[in-house]
Design a protein around this ligand. Structure first.
Ligand code: ADP
Length: 397
């Protein structure tokens, strides 16, 4: 069985064709600059990368070009589109309309359109991707796989904000979380690595990248997560502020003459590591600057690791114990100093890192970095969100 995974943005479209028997990637790539001058496709298959410069006026043209490459009689990986059994579409926000992977029908697509305002940059783009696939692959089975589904198990007292309950009911303002497919993948992979049933494990998953979120997973079910109504909440990130007193933003808007929209744009794009350091949103740049003695770069990194530490501590208590901490994504997989700072001084709570193992570079496999005497296992696990989307789509079939 082969599943095509599509992650469509407003001007880009990423895809992977996955062979489900071996769970390996047959081909993958990205269409860039859709609807803007200078479109191109970067396609990788059979160990070769092809770059095609071609105007991509819309998502339908982009997906047509992808399919043309996949079935190309010389460089292609499949003979015809019939070899694609189904398509899984990554969807950022489901609101309360969906809590699990869902077959795409006219009706479910119409329902999804009603929650677009929850992710105005992402959901409408994903819907364009779906409609483009429907146009070029009529009748093909397709599924929505939501970033938010894994968090749908959070209990009411964890996902609700303390606002007027009637407003929650009417407007559905609550914590939804994000990165759910990643948290699901790494918590499952941790159980597999530990040789235990996930039902018997309490796990904290730290997805630390440009965007970061931390989740508490009890028996395979998410019970809390750091992102909120939108991905702005939680720990400070590359350019996002993370948690902040909302009264401070009203104050800042008035002082800087910003509208609420501008204030939100400021919190999403100009704060976090970039705002504090004044240097970069990229953790590699910050580490380099910090090693040269830059105070603001060091401060940004300290704020990040301290916030992560607080989430780990509070989730350990929320879970009522802890068996495993997992680090994943760009920063979590590749930055020993950040992992060390987050889990420092936690020996009392049964967490002891093995410094040598922690310093080893990421080799793309599951990597245990806790010391022998550590009661809590600490693992580095490369995330694979596309595989979760493909697995969920295959399971639905
Ligand atoms: P996104 O949220 O955009 O998916 P990523 O998970 O790719 O982000 O993480 C991006 C961050 O990860 C950057 O700040 C970068 O510094 C860091 N990063 C990515 N790869 C590496 C690497 N090989 N070594 C060190 N840091 C890395």
């Amino acid at each position: 069985m082969k599943i095509l995974v599509i992650n469509a943005g407003s001007s880009s479209l990423k895809y992977q064709l996955i062979n489900m028997e071996t769970e390996t990637v047959v081909a993958k790539g990205t269409c860039e600059r859709i609807g803007i001058k200078g479109g191109r496709l970067m396609h990788k298959a059979n160990g070769k990368e092809t770059v095609i410069e071609q105007e991509l006026p819309n998502h339908t043209e982009a997906i047509s070009l992808v399919l043309k490459e996949l079935v190309d009689k010389d460089a292609g990986v499949i003979k015809s589109m019939d070899e694609i059994d189904a398509v899984g579409h990554r969807i950022v926000a489901s609101g309360e309309a969906f809590t699990k992977t869902t077959l795409i029908t006219e009706e479910t697509l119409a329902t999804l359109e009603t929650v677009s305002e929850l992710a105005p940059l992402h959901n409408p783009a994903a819907i364009l991707g779906i409609k483009a696939c429907q146009a070029v692959m009529p009748g093909k089975k397709m599924a929505f796989v939501f970033d938010t589904s894994f968090h749908a198990t959070m209990p009411d007292y964890a996902h609700l904000y303390a606002i007027d309950y009637d407003d929650y009911k009417q407007y559905k303002v609550r914590r939804y979380g994000a990165h759910g497919t990643s948290h699901k993948f790494v918590s499952g992979a941790a159980a597999e690595y530990l040789g235990k049933d996930i039902k018997d494990l309490k796990i904290i998953t730290c997805h630390l990248g440009n965007g970061s979120s931390i989740s508490a997973v009890d028996g395979g079910k998410c019970i809390d997560t750091s992102m909120g109504f939108t991905p702005l909440a939680g720990v400070p990130m590359g350019t996002r502020s993370g948690d902040i007193d909302v009264a401070a933003i009203d104050f800042l808007c008035k002082k800087k003459g910003m509208t609420m929209d501008e204030g939100l744009n400021y919190l999403n794009k100009k704060c976090g590591m970039l705002g504090v350091s004044g240097i970069s949103s990229d953790f590699r740049d910050l580490r380099a600057a910090s090693e040269e003695g830059n105070y603001r770069a060091t401060l940004a990194l300290n704020m990040f690791t301290y916030a992560c530490k607080k989430y780990v501590g509070s989730y350990m208590v929320a879970l009522g114990g802890l068996d495993c901490v997992v680090f994943t994504a760009g920063v979590g997989e590749n930055t020993p100093s950040i992992r060390k700072a987050i889990l420092s001084n936690m020996e009392t709570f049964g967490i002891v890192l093995d410094e040598e193992k922690n310093a080893q570079p990421n080799d793309g496999t599951v990597h245990e970095i806790s010391a022998k005497e550590s009661r809590v296992k600490v693992l580095v696990i490369p995330t694979n969100e596309e595989l979760v989307i493909a697995r969920e789509t295959a399971a639905l079939l």
